[in-house]
Design a protein around this ligand. Structure first.
Ligand code: TYM
Length: 343
């Protein structure tokens, strides 16, 4: 049987990239799961703290993330849905993993390197170095490995940007298994599960991914955006001035991104979709993307509006989820503590 684990940071309402790149797969895996398969989905508050957060906003985002996951169809009766920060086993295991993970390996993570690059651009006059970045950013992927492995997860549905972190998690699992040998290897090596849409790009800068942190709010579509907001964001998406539509991610990333989004909505390949627009313009493509995205988000958006005021229900789901998660990870932690000698 499979153990599926995945997580999302509560740093604002999830966007179309999160949805098409990962969350849609969570729901599909839940639908296709066999009776013995386990599904565990987490809102990872501790990861969000690696960047400065306004406490009140974080608290709201944390709750909103739960409401969004319920509204897209995560069923708390079938899946364990919980806040990472309500299960201390994650940090306990992260500490043990920190003690077997070379710093050099963490410095090679592209997310860490891009943090350094960002700081350099923001302040290219003076030398910027690691002293400006907190240690949590460096060990972020170690906590992520603990999230996954504390449930001995076998399958991890995430977007392309998380692939390197997952490789590190496999690496850490393997190192642990070899360092602390027992009768059998303790951790499985978790596998990457991709959606057909691994990477959704920014609507304003199609050379970078759609992200929650980009300053321009027009660059991303939130799962709670109104029909008017969806329309204005897609109409304003950066494309190119070449006439006719072709799927060419390298030289026409803006148009390719729109085709990718449309293809995800219609369950087709972007190249197939492109054929229908060969003799049409960007305006025609955008109009259809607007309709497709609106169709995709209409139901979850209405469900979110209904759920967000259901305080008692949301608290109940979180409480039950956390208690299921803790009971589940306690079993692994007991084995782990025994292997390392903390008994
Ligand atoms: P986060 O919160 O940045 O994103 C949640 C999920 O959305 C995917 N994603 C995208 N996919 C396609 N195109 C995009 N533009 C795009 N932006 C985001 C991400 O790949 C992710 O699957 N470190 C993780 C959270 C995490 C986690 C874990 C995930 C913590 N522990 C354990 C899996 C397992 C993150 O920051 O995701």
């Amino acid at each position: 049987p499979r153990v599926v684990f995945s997580g999302i940071q509560p740093t604002g309402i999830p966007h179309l990239g999160n949805y098409l790149g990962a969350l849609l797969n969570w729901v599909r895996l839940q639908q296709d799961a066999g009776p013995k398969d386990e599904l565990i989905f987490s809102i990872v508050g501790w990861h969000a703290l690696t960047l400065p957060q306004d406490p009140r906003e974080l608290s709201r985002s944390r709750r909103d993330a739960l409401a969004v996951l319920l509204s897209i169809g995560i069923d708390p009766k079938r899946s364990t849905l919980f806040h990472q920060d309500e299960n201390p086993h994650h940090t306990e295991l992260a500490w043990l993993f920190n003690c077997i993970t070379p710093v050099g390996k963490l410095r090679r993570m592209t997310t860490w390197k891009s943090r350094l690059a960002v700081s350099r651009n923001a302040n290219d006059e003076s030398e910027v170095d690691e002293s400006m970045l907190n240690a949590g950013l460096l060990t972020y992927p170690v906590l992520q490995a603990a999230d996954i492995l504390v449930y001995k997860a076998t399958h991890v549905p995430v977007g392309e940007d998380q692939k390197q972190h997952l490789e590190l998690a496999r690496d850490i699992a393997d190192t642990f298994n070899r360092t602390f040998k027992g009768k059998s290897r303790l951790f499985p090596l978790p596998e990457f599960v991709a959606t057909p849409t691994r990477r959704v790009l920014s609507l304003k800068d199609p050379t970078s991914k759609m992200s929650k942190s980009a300053p321009d709010v027009q660059s991303r579509i939130l799962l709670t955006d109104t029909a008017a907001q969806i329309k204005s964001k897609i109409r304003g998406a950066v494309t190119d001035s070449i006439s006719g539509i072709t799927y060419d991610p390298v030289s026409r990333p803006g148009a390719a991104n729109l085709l990718t989004i449309l293809a995800a909505c219609t369950n087709e390949e972007p190249t197939e979709v492109a054929k229908r627009y060969a003799n049409k313009g960007h305006g025609d493509l955008k109009a259809d993307v607007v309709d497709a995205v609106e169709n995709l988000l209409r139901k979850p958006r209405a469900e979110f509006e209904r759920l967000r005021s259901e305080d008692a229900y949301l608290s109940e789901v979180a409480r039950e989820g956390a208690s299921k998660a803790r009971a589940r990870s306690e079993v692994t932690m007991q084995e782990i503590r025994k292997r390392v000698g903390l008994v």
